[in-house]
Design a protein around this ligand. Structure first.
Ligand code: ARG
Length: 304
């Protein structure tokens, strides 16, 4: 298990050292290029135990109530994700699950928290609407946040809003409305870039884009309209892109601390791409949550 470190090791250092110790002439020693050094920042996450998790309704193409969910396995997988965050040195807080709200485990949708300000969610599906007051109450009682707001139209929290250093990326097309993007920009005083999602399997922005660093993302271009793909290409010309098969493993539903990237265990090629860029992939097993259209990121709300 990789550790969060304040002084990141030089990548490929070993190559240089062994070339020197074998006495190879400096001019013949091959040292691969350094892909850049990544630094982890300790994070605070909010999670919700999947006590009442199951699939009883279908609000995205991954959900089929006739496919059984192994709830014991789901619990163990969720505990594995929680333990992974703790082992990486992060703080994890917990909101009490509510009976009858099977999707409440997907904490990312509960709100968007940036700079100590909380934008409460407003869900599209009637089945999920009661989650919003539950999350808002927890965040108010946490006594950590100064400002609370919400939007007059649908917004599904961090599922559709991804915070970077100077901008917030926002998805629309299936859940969060375009006008909510404007309301979020006013509320946070931070530029919000609207991106059009076009593939129903990638219905939330966090299923199509993974935030890796302060201004570094990975994305699946096929999830976006041509115009929005062009926006991403302009803003992030060096970004990792993944293909459809890799995106279908929920590779983009990852959680990065700036160095360690918690990814689904099935996202093998994404793991390789991350390693090439100096990130440390940390695979987790979350198969039961995919039956509801969720991965690691969906189960995690970052408190900033
Ligand atoms: N079943 C949930 C829904 O369709 C899954 C939510 C996944 N959350 C996310 N942040 N992508 O609403």
């Amino acid at each position: 298990m990789p550790h969060v470190t304040g002084s990141p090791a030089l990548i490929n250092q070993k190559v240089a050292v062994s070339a020197a110790s074998t006495g190879a002439a400096a001019e013949t020693a091959t040292v691969t290029t350094l892909p850049g050094v990544r630094t982890a920042r300790p994070r605070h996450y909010l999670m919700c135990r999947p006590t009442f998790f199951t699939v009883t309704y279908a609000i995205n193409p991954w959900m089929d109530p006739s496919v059984p969910v192994d709830v014991d396995l789901a619990m163990r997988q969720w505990e594995g994700l929680r333990d992974t965050y703790r082992a990486l040195g992060h703080t994890v807080s917990f909101i009490e699950p509510v009976a009858g709200l099977p999707d409440m485990v997907f904490a990312a949708n509960g709100a968007l928290v940036v700079d100590g300000k909380v934008l409460a969610a407003s869900f599209l599906a009637a089945e999920r609407q009661p989650e919003s007051p539950a999350y808002t109450r927890w965040l108010a009682e946490a006594d950590l946040f100064t400002d609370f707001g919400t939007t007059s139209t649908v917004n599904e929290g961090e599922g559709d809003f991804l915070d970077l250093d100077t901008v917030i990326l926002a998805g629309t097309g299936f859940r969060t409305s375009r006008s909510a993007h404007g309301e979020a920009q006013e509320f946070f005083g931070k530029p919000v870039i609207s991106l059009q999602l076009v593939d129903p399997r990638f219905y939330h922005l966090d299923t199509a884009i993974a935030v890796l660093g302060d201004h570094d993302i990975a994305y699946y271009p096929g999830a976006f309209s041509a115009g929005s793909t062009a926006v991403l290409r302009r803003m992030f010309p060096d970004a990792i892109t993944v293909d459809e098969a890799e995106a279908a493993t929920f590779a983009m539903n990852s959680v990065s601390d700036g160095r360690n990237v918690v990814i689904p265990v099935e996202s093998v090629r994404f793991a390789e791409a991350l390693r090439d860029r100096g990130y440390e992939p940390v695979p987790v097993e979350l198969s039961e949550f995919r039956k509801s259209g969720g991965g690691p990121k969906c189960c995690t709300l970052e408190l900033r």
